[in-house]
Design a protein around this ligand. Structure first.
Ligand code: AP5
Ligand code: ZN
Length: 215
């Protein structure tokens, strides 16, 4: 199954992708997670990306295209892939299509998770993360013990870019650079809209209903 999970910051891409990757046994490729791991490890890529991320701007296309090309040509992607956070611009989408042609793994569906702006701000302001990859929401998806990860016991933290002014800038970047991809993929007849406003489990079953046909 070859799929992109698309949607604005806070739509629930990461939350759903983690469960979908387990359910369908395909790799979850999040460019945000790859960039944050590089920032944490202090790599050259991480140092280049950090300023853009802290301001809520997109990291330059050539950097992302390099990352995604390396990742998609790894062996585990022969089983399929679930992209989260890529592509985010038309040049990224054009580059993706070239890479996918080369590896003969064409995109089957782009799921556009739709959520209203004010709900996105509430979700991101209340998000808490763990380095093991889990994420929580103080109100909508709280851990059993406040501030502690259910799955590994580590202390939770807030992302540097989950501050209200940076969140608003991320939403602006989304509207300006990323939203045009909705028409881009609609014209290719592979766009599927998902209502992202309900319970996490309800959104998950709506997505599975669509993805089951690509199993
Ligand atoms: P990235 O990490 O991709 O961030 P994002 O797109 O802003 O997406 P988020 O991770 O914030 O949201 P999400 O949709 O995954 O929501 P989540 O499931 O966590 O990118 C970060 C930065 O990296 C970018 O700003 C950019 O600088 C750079 N970057 C990355 N990729 C790039 C690219 N391709 N090109 C250029 N730059 C790039 O959910 C959010 C919260 O809501 C959580 O607390 C969750 O528990 C809660 N929640 C989830 N679903 C529900 C629900 N149904 N109901 C209630 N609460 C819910
Ligand atoms: Zn954890």
């Amino acid at each position: 199954m070859n799929v992109v999970l698309f949607g604005p910051p806070g739509a629930g891409k990461g939350t759903q992708a983690k469960e979908l990757a387990k359910h369908y046994q395909i790799p979850h490729i999040s460019t945000g997670d790859i960039l944050r791991a590089n920032v944490r490890d202090g790599t050259e890529l991480g140092r280049e990306a950090k300023g853009y991320m802290d301001r809520g701007e997109l990291v330059p296309d050539e950097v992302l295209i390099g990352i995604i090309k390396n990742r998609l040509t790894e062996d585990d992607c022969k089983a399929g892939y679930l992209l989260d956070g890529y592509p985010r611009t038309i040049p990224q989408a054009d580059a993706l299509s070239g890479i996918l042609d080369e590896i003969n793994m064409p995109l089957e569906a782009v799921l556009n998770i739709d959520v209203a702006d004010e709900e996105l701000v509430t979700r991101l302001c209340g998000r808490f993360m763990c380095n093991c990859g889990e994420s929580y929401h103080i109100q909508f998806n709280p851990p059993e013990k406040e501030g502690v990860c259910d799955s590994c016991g580590a202390e939770l933290y807030q992302r540097d870019d989950d501050k209200e002014d940076v969140i608003r800038q991320r939403l602006e970047s989304y509207k300006e650079k990323t939203q045009p991809l909705i028409d881009y993929y609609d014209e290719k007849n592979i766009l599927v809209n998902i209502d992202g406003a309900g319970e996490i489990t309800r959104v998950f079953s709506d997505i599975c209903e669509v993805l089951d046909q690509y199993k």
